[in-house]
Design a protein around this ligand. Sequence first.
Ligand code: TYD
Length: 197
Amino acid sequence: MFITLEGVDGSGKSTQAALLAEALGPDTVSIREPGGTAAAERIREILADPETPLDPLAEMLLFLAARSDLVASVIRPALESGRTVVSDRFTDSTVAYQGFVRRLGPDRVRELNAAATGDLVPDLTLLIEVDPEDALARATDGGRFEAEGLEFQRRVADAYREIAGRETDRIIVIDGHGTTEEVHDRIMAAISGRTGS
Ligand code: TYD
């Protein structure tokens, strides 16, 4: 089973991804994007650095290059050996940030995602929704996108809502307000509702 978590910067999804992986047991493979392989971590350094200017198309291709390597060398082998994989961000991040907000076009990004992942689609995606203003206040690592400000975060949040509305079977919207435990409980309830376990 392949589960991804999505949301704006500072939505708390990284904390929730870690708690979820722990709850699912020691056999769970936990990853975060971009990263997770030697090459993808090096690509992450470029993407994370607000001082390195990047054309939007080049930026997207770097995210996809990192993802392609991660899928081939970590995600697919883990899924093939029957393990559950939890990823902090995946293809929907690129559709939201590069497709909608950077205006490269969601359909074009979906196609390129399919090429980069060999058509791998998560079984379940949890979209953690919080007020973009609160999220921005919590996002403190000063990365390329956080420097873009509130208007940018709002556009990302709108993009995610649109993405979720198109794929209601795969994407569950989780209310990200409240304590860490409350949000975790909502996630666990959503997963058991979906998997029947
Ligand atoms: P990261 O520090 O991992 O942020 P977060 O903790 O919010 O996930 O940085 C990832 C940044 O890259 C984040 O701002 C979202 C952005 N991003 C994209 O624009 N496209 C993508 O395909 C991915 C995976 C991330």
